[in-house]
Design a protein around this ligand. Structure first.
Ligand SMILES: [Zn+2]
Ligand SMILES: [Zn+2]
Length: 241
């Protein structure tokens, strides 16, 4: 059996809430990031250490690698969570949900038009992609569960109108899709994208989670909200003094 080489494909094995001091009880939440598709989209495998039940956040493609990652960590997948309707984030979500017989939660219903065009977008970008109907649309202030974990949902339009982010406050951890990146922010030149709305989403829905919150962006390396508030050229506090 070939072992999944997580180091090459996914250098980030994140353990939110875990400190250097040892021995410690295992953290309630663990996460591993697996970049998928030609866009190197950060799919997060997220799990509850009490139950070893987990979720994929934005399983856009490369399903064999995702299933291998879940098996490697001994995680039973119970649902799929989606931040938004772009093909690299959810092109294969419907296929995976059917295969694993698990529900899809998210994004916000304002991204229905993006999910409806997944077949066309998949052809255009040459990414295997199928449209689907989520089992649950999410709204600002909702919560989602993974095992015994409860994550809060914030609606963060701007990159897409139905974009949501997932926040686990006890772990100081968030998954923010294409809203915010290390040193950058999401594109807003798509249909229904809006730059001012995106900035407002970041300032009013992400920053209040706290400077010490670590986040997984939709692409590229992880960061913290505090680091972005200090140095991100688009949304640093110094730009808005
Ligand atoms: Zn996107
Ligand atoms: Zn993306």
């Amino acid at each position: 059996m070939r072992r999944l080489d997580l180091r090459r494909s996914a250098p980030a094995l994140i353990t939110p809430g875990m400190t250097d001091a040892s021995p410690q009880p295992p953290p309630p939440l663990r996460a591993a990031v697996v970049p998928v598709t030609a866009f190197q989209q950060n799919c997060t495998l997220l799990w509850c250490t009490q139950t070893m039940r987990g979720a994929f956040v934005d399983p856009g493609g490369d399903l064999p690698r995702l299933e291998a990652a879940a098996a490697q960590h001994g995680v039973t997948i119970e649902k799929i969570l989606l931040t938004h309707g772009h093909v690299d984030h959810c092109g294969q979500a419907g296929v995976l949900a059917k295969k694993l017989s698990v529900p899809i939660e998210g994004p916000h219903e304002a991204d229905r038009f993006w999910i409806a065009r997944l077949d066309d977008d998949g052809r255009q970008w040459q990414i295997p992609s199928e449209s689907f109907e989520p089992d649950r649309w999410l709204d600002d202030g909702d919560t989602v569960t993974v095992g015994e974990l409860t994550l809060s949902v914030r609606h963060t339009p701007g990159h897409t109108p139905g974009h949501v982010v997932f926040h686990h406050a006890p772990s100081r951890f968030a998954m923010v899709g294409d809203v915010l990146f290390r040193g950058s922010i999401g594109r807003t030149d798509f249909p229904m994208g809006d730059h001012a709305t995106l900035i407002e989403s970041i300032q009013t829905r992400l920053w209040p989670m706290g400077d010490d919150v670590a986040f997984v962006p939709g692409h590229g390396p992880t960061s913290t909200f505090g680091a972005e508030r200090r140095s991100n050229p688009f949304v640093a506090d110094s730009r808005f003094g």
